[in-house]
Design a protein around this ligand. Structure first.
Ligand SMILES: NC(=O)c1ccc[n+]([C@@H]2O[C@H](COP(=O)([O-])OP(=O)(O)OC[C@H]3O[C@@H](n4cnc5c(N)ncnc54)[C@H](O)[C@@H]3O)[C@@H](O)[C@H]2O)c1
Length: 319
């Protein structure tokens, strides 16, 4: 079966009418498969969006737009001097921007264009972007009370959750935050990068950035990293190794925060443990590999499973 393109897949999703020109100002190749892009919004402009939304991205020479999730929080897209930008340690930036993390994907023409070598060939290029999508933070305010948010990510499914976590951290710093004292649980699964994880935790997309939100007390709760082996298709991924032969934490933020490591796939019981007694006052956001998302959402919401209210389980089907 041919995989649908982004525009076909999202044809029924909400989309902003405005198209904005943005400039590629910075590219960071954080590992061999993911590049992080910072797109400047020129002329003191701003682009409004909610954490979790994506962009239609029109790159030069490719007729059809690609779809890439925004990884920065909305505050970064507001000029620093703007009076509408409340003061916060997370809000300082030299120019308004939107950040994207793009997986290497030769079969996806816009991604292939953004993966040209060397990066200098595309720096300072202008792209046209449009905001869209309905997988967003905050959840509907009707979901009261809200004491806990569990974020479950598989691989690059961390992208929308990164924007959400940054926005939650900013909200927690405001005296009049939308959801005060939120307990945040992050379950993040990636293919084991091997020894370089301990040497360079930043090689796992956004691991150090999320750890730093917890280390600085901007988020209250816990971050767990699940490491798997294999190609991600087998249920035997991440079969436990001999006890005691590898570290059970990874030290992030220059030693300020230890992330707990689990060498297995994320399972329903992990989400259940993260929910604790708060099933009726929590939301769960799931974003990742199709089989993971479908299975978790199904068991979390079905009466034979955890029987959570469907409104409290939010997910993105990125396929
Ligand atoms: N905005 C985005 O970029 C975005 C949004 C939503 C979903 N996605 C999707 O996220 C996926 C991530 O791709 P990737 O290459 O980074 O992932 P990957 O293949 O590297 O897998 C990520 C992790 O998920 C685990 N996993 C796989 N199947 C599982 C299952 N059934 N149950 C539990 N864990 C499972 C893997 O073992 C691995 O640890 C893609 O399918 C993509 O379409 C992306």
């Amino acid at each position: 079966m041919t995989k649908e393109g982004h525009l076909e897949r999202t044809a029924n999703e909400p989309r902003d009418p405005s198209l904005h020109g943005v400039i590629i100002k910075y590219i960071d190749e954080i590992n061999p498969t993911v590049r992080v892009f910072r797109l400047e919004i020129p002329d003191g402009g701003t682009i409004k969006f909610l954490p979790g939304q994506w962009l239609d991205v029109h790159v030069p020479t490719v007729p059809k737009a690609g779809g890439f999730t925004i990884t920065s929080p909305p505050s970064k897209a507001i000029p620093s001097s703007s009076s509408s930008s409340p003061s916060s340690p997370l809000r300082t930036h030299p120019y308004p921007y939107i950040e994207l993390a793009i997986q290497k994907s030769p079969d996806n023409p816009p991604a292939a264009w953004l993966w040209q070598h060397p990066t200098s060939t595309i720096l300072n290029s202008t792209l046209d972007v449009r905001v869209g999508g309905s997988f967003v933070w905050p959840p509907p305010l009707s979901l009261s009370p809200l004491r806990k948010a569990v974020f479950v990510a598989g691989g690059v499914g961390i992208n929308p959750l990164m924007s959400m976590l940054s926005a939650v951290a900013e909200d927690q710093q405001q005296l009049s935050g939308v959801i005060p004292n939120l307990d945040v649980q992050v379950l993040y699964s990636v293919k084991d990068p091997g020894p370089q994880l301990q040497q360079n935790p930043s090689s796992v997309l956004f691991l150090d950035r999320i750890a730093s939100l917890f280390a600085r007390g901007l988020l209250k709760g816990e971050l767990k990293l699940f490491l798997t082996r294999g190609d991600g298709t087998s249920s035997t991924d991440g079969v436990a190794l001999a006890a005691g032969d590898e570290a059970d934490v990874v030290s992030c933020c220059s030693g300020d925060y230890n992330v707990l490591l689990l060498r297995e796939r994320i399972s329903v019981s992990d989400v259940e443990a993260a929910l604790g007694q708060d099933k009726q006052s929590a939301v769960v956001y799931v974003c990742g590999v199709p089989t993971m998302t479908d299975h978790l959402v199904n068991v979390l919401t079905s009466t034979e499973g955890l029987a959570m209210e469907a409104d409290r389980v939010l997910y993105e089907r990125w396929w």
